[in-house]
Design a protein around this ligand. Structure first.
Ligand SMILES: Nc1ncnc2c1ncn2[C@@H]1O[C@H](COP(=O)(O)OP(=O)(O)O)[C@@H](O)[C@H]1O
Ligand SMILES: [Mg+2]
Length: 324
C-alpha cells in the first residue's frame, strides 16, 4: 500500500506575547513523524490539549508549521502554489467537531453543498440530482434540499457537512472529533456512515478523538499523543491487547469495563497513573510523561526516549523498551 500522507518532524509552536514581545512558546506539536496509507484510518488519540487538532490543521496547511515536512501524494505541501494548491485543497478535507458553526446559517442545504463544487469549477450535469445523491449517501434525502441548518439536529448537520466535503471526492479527510458533540446513540450512526463511505469510496482518514473506545472502533492503526509527541504507534488491535507505553496503559485503564471481574484484573495489571498533563509551555525535561509515570528511572528525567520499533509495526517512545 502507498502512503497518501507523510509527515516528518512536524512542529507547531504558538507564541505567547506580552507587550508585543514573545515571552514563551506553546509547544503544541513537537516533532511528529507518521505515514498514513491509502484507504486506512489512522486514529490520533490523547487527552485534551495534547495537540491533536493542531496536528490535523497543520497537516492541511490551515496553520503554518514551525518546522517539518508534509508530503501529500508525493508532493511537498508547503511549497504548493496556484493550481497545485487548489488540487491539494480539493483532495484534503476536514470535518470539524462543532456541527453548529461549520454551516452557513443563511444558506440552504443545496447551496451549502454546491458552494465548494462551484468554487472548484467541478462540472455537474444536474446539480439538484447531484446533491440529492450526496444527501442519500449520508442518510438524508431530497426533502432536506432547500432547508436551512437551524432546521436540523446536530447529527444531521454533521451529515450535511459530510455531504459537502464528499461532493469534492477528496482522497484524504481529517475527522476532528466529528461526533464528540453528539449524543451517544447518534454518534454510533455517524461513525458507521463514515465507515461505509470509506469502504465505498476508499477514503483515507485521520481520525482524531480523545475517546479511545471510539478510536478503536474506527481505526486500523492508532497513534497515541502526549504533550505534542507521539508516544506509541501501532495496529489498533495490538495497542489494545498489548499497550506498551505506560501512558497508553493509563488511558486504557480509564475506559469503563462492564465485567467487574475483568475490571479488577485489568486494574491490577495496569497501574493507574494519577495527575493532570503538564503544560505544553514548559514541558518536562527528558520523557514528558515521567512526572506521572510509575516506572520512571533516572534516564527518563534527563533524556528524551526515541520512538523505536519494539515489535513489527509497533513503535513506542519509552526507556523501558529502548536501549539508553
Ligand atoms: N491558536 C493558538 N494559539 C495559542 N495556543 C494554542 C492555539 N491553538 C492551540 N493552542 C494550544 O496548543 C495546545 C494543543 O491544542 P490542541 O491542538 O487544540 O489540542 P487537542 O486538540 O489535543 O485538544 C493547547 O495547549 C492549546 O491551548
Ligand atoms: Mg482538539
Amino acid at each position: 500500500m502507498k502512503p497518501v500522507l507523510k509527515v516528518e518532524g512536524l512542529k507547531k509552536y504558538f507564541p505567547i506575547k506580552s507587550l508585543l514581545r514573545t515571552i514563551a512558546w506553546v509547544k503544541a506539536v513537537d516533532g511528529i513523524t507518521l505515514e498514513i496509507m491509502s484507504g486506512e484510518t489512522f486514529g490520533l488519540v490523547g487527552e485534551s490539549g495534547c495537540g491533536k487538532t493542531t496536528t490535523g490543521r497543520t497537516i492541511l496547511r490551515l496553520i503554518e508549521p514551525t518546522e517539518g515536512k508534509i508530503i501529500f501524494k508525493g508532493k511537498d505541501v508547503m511549497s504548493l502554489k496556484g493550481k497545485d494548491l487548489l488540487w491539494f485543497r480539493r483532495n484534503a478535507q476536514i470535518m470539524f467537531q462543532d456541527p453548529y458553526s461549520s454551516l452557513n446559517p443563511r444558506q440552504t442545504v443545496f447551496n451549502i453543498i454546491m458552494e465548494p463544487v462551484r468554487f472548484h469549477g467541478i462540472e455537474v450535469d444536474d446539480p439538484e440530482e447531484f446533491v440529492i445523491k450526496l444527501l442519500e449517501s449520508v442518510g438524508l434525502n431530497e426533502m432536506h434540499l432547500y432547508r436551512y441548518p437551524h432546521e436540523f439536529s446536530g447529527g444531521q448537520r454533521q451529515r450535511i457537512a459530510l455531504a459537502r466535503l464528499m461532493a469534492l471526492k477528496p482522497e484524504f479527510i481529517v475527522l476532528d472529533e466529528p461526533t464528540s458533540a453528539l449524543d451517544v446513540s447518534v454518534q454510533a450512526n455517524i461513525l458507521n456512515t463514515l465507515k461505509e463511505l470509506q469502504s465505498e469510496y476508499g477514503f483515507t482518514y485521520l481520525f482524531i478523538s480523545h475517546d479511545l473506545g471510539v478510536v478503536k472502533y474506527m481505526s486500523h492503526r492508532i497513534g497515541v499523543m502526549y504533550l505534542g509527541k507521539l508516544v506509541e504507534v501501532g495496529p489498533s488491535d495490538r495497542i489494545f491487547e498489548n499497550p506498551l507505553h505506560p501512558y497508553t496503559q493509563m488511558l486504557l485503564s480509564a475506559i469503563p469495563v462492564p465485567d467487574p471481574e475483568l475490571a479488577q484484573e485489568l486494574k491490577a495489571k495496569r497501574k493507574m497513573v494519577k495527575g493532570e498533563p503538564p503544560s505544553p509551555v514548559n514541558p518536562p525535561a527528558g520523557c514528558r510523561f515521567h512526572p506521572r509515570c510509575p516506572f520512571a528511572k533516572d534516564v527518563c528525567r534527563k533524556e528524551e526516549p526515541p520512538l523505536v520499533e519494539v515489535e513489527r509495526d509497533h513503535y513506542v517512545a519509552c526507556w523501558l523498551y529502548a536501549k539508553s
